[in-house]
Ligand binder design. Structure first.
Ligand code: NIG
Ligand code: FE
Length: 412
């Protein structure tokens, strides 16, 4: 249905012709129109401009007086397909166990894998669809979802098929990532390369054959997967036409960023630990840096030094990391708020990182991420406010009043 949105107080992130991710000075600018109209036609943005130029069309009109309209959030890093939760571990951590200690005892990712393996595909779909609906209501209109809690061929494929079903059944943009190496199952403890072989030689061909993934990922970390594994996963992924999005530098910095850059990874995600040479490598590359402040908050670990990355001209992205272990929340408004409060990003930088740069981090920049002619009308409408800066300011509140996806109001 066509609709004319009128009297918009602030139409935010209005851009035409931005073909590269925002970096450096560009990140500081958030172009907007005050007192604007926006015309939605066939699910896309057909026109916009100042109210004085609003066309007198005989189509439904809706006044958004007092409200800001932004592109829907683009959450480029989630693990929202999982079974159950790990609130028990959360309590263990409060009582003093570390994330690493919990993992050593067979908890952590292995615990989620155990639960997922026993969960029927329909039940996994039901739980995951509930999470997807929840984040859509919170304003996310494009999302990347990873596998990686399967750890067996069958369970990995089950996860990826659930992601495909979500993509088919919901209007939101969904990108799927095959997280080939997330944790080492106990039965492979002495034989890491056999596990990587299994994932790359048996599972990946099937994933590609069924068209189940857009990207490939691995967890490059001490006690998980090393630099050789990283190089291999990126290279084999490339042979199958999948670009890499890599978990790296969450707890230790030891050269994973360089491997990702050499392998022309689309993104490097986490980066809580960052060396000057990592910044230099990123600076000389096209790889985007994805910060996940919800994870830093929840695990009480350092926040990614985003100021340093932005100063160096690296395109910065914000995402939730929505998962049961390190970030059990998919609320992008809260992530934007954390970015401002804890990482000293300005609201303009944070919104750029959570919209257009997020779209670039999923290869969706032609479809979503900004108010641009011809892009999908995936929009977030706020409650009445003075300025979009109230989104991060009112931390942990939900200022999202309505969400449009492909021009239709989203109702669960
Ligand atoms: O991005 N770091 C690795 N993977 C997830 C957490 C996984 C978990 O604890 O279940 C992350 O933080
Ligand atoms: Fe993650």
């Amino acid at each position: 249905m066509d609709v004319l949105l009128t009297d918009i107080k602030q139409l935010v992130q209005v851009r035409e012709g931005q073909e590269t991710p925002l970096r450096g000075e560009e990140m500081k600018q958030l172009p907007l129109l005050e007192n604007a109209f926006l015309l939605v036609s066939e699910g896309r943005i057909a026109a916009y401009g100042p109210m004085e130029q609003c066309p007198g069309l005989e189509i439904p009109r809706k006044s958004l007086a007092g409200r800001a309209v932004l592109p829907g959030w683009c959450d480029s890093h989630t693990h929202l397909v999982y079974a159950g939760n790990r609130s028990g571990e959360f309590v263990d951590r409060i009582k003093g166990l570390s994330y690493a200690e919990i993992a050593e005892k067979g908890g952590g990712i292995l615990q989620s894998a155990k639960l997922l393996e026993k969960t029927e595909e329909d039940e996994l779909y039901r739980q995951s669809a509930q999470r997807l609906e929840e984040i859509m209501t919170l304003g996310t209109t494009a999302v990347e979802i990873k596998s990686g809690y399967g750890l067996t061929p069958e369970a990995e494929l089950k996860m990826l098929r659930v992601i495909r079903r979500l993509k088919e059944n919901y209007p939101v943009e969904v990108r799927a990532t095959f997280l080939a190496a997330h944790a080492l199952p106990l039965e492979f403890k002495e034989n890491k390369s056999a596990f990587v072989d299994l994932m790359l030689e048996e599972v990946l061909p099937e994933v590609v054959k069924e068209g189940l993934a857009d990207y490939i990922d691995l967890f490059c970390e001490k006690g998980y997967f090393d630099l050789d594994d990283t190089e291999r996963v990126i290279q084999v992924g490339q042979e199958y036409g999948l670009a890499a999005k890599i978990h790296v530098n969450q707890f230790h910095a030891f050269g994973g960023v360089q491997k990702a850059v050499e392998g022309r990874a689309l993104t490097v995600d986490h980066l809580e630990e960052l060396r000057e040479e990592d910044v230099k490598s990123l600076q000389a590359s096209d790889t985007l840096a994805v910060a996940l402040p919800g994870c830093s908050h929840f695990l009480s670990i350092p926040y990614t030094p985003v100021k340093r990355l932005m100063e160096a001209g690296v395109p910065l992205v914000l995402a939730t990391d929505y998962n049961p272990g390190s970030a059990p929340s998919g609320n992008m408004s809260f992530v934007v708020s954390l970015a401002c409060v804890k990482m000293q990003m300005t609201p303009e930088e944070a919104i750029n990182a959570a919209t257009l740069n997020g779209a670039f981090a999923m290869g969706l920049e032609k479809e979503v991420g900004s108010i641009s002619l011809g892009k999908k009308a995936n929009l977030l409408v706020t409650r009445p406010l003075e300025s979009y800066a109230e989104i991060p300011y009112r931390f942990a509140h939900n200022l999202v009043e309505e969400v449009y996806i492909q021009g239709e109001i989203w109702n669960p």
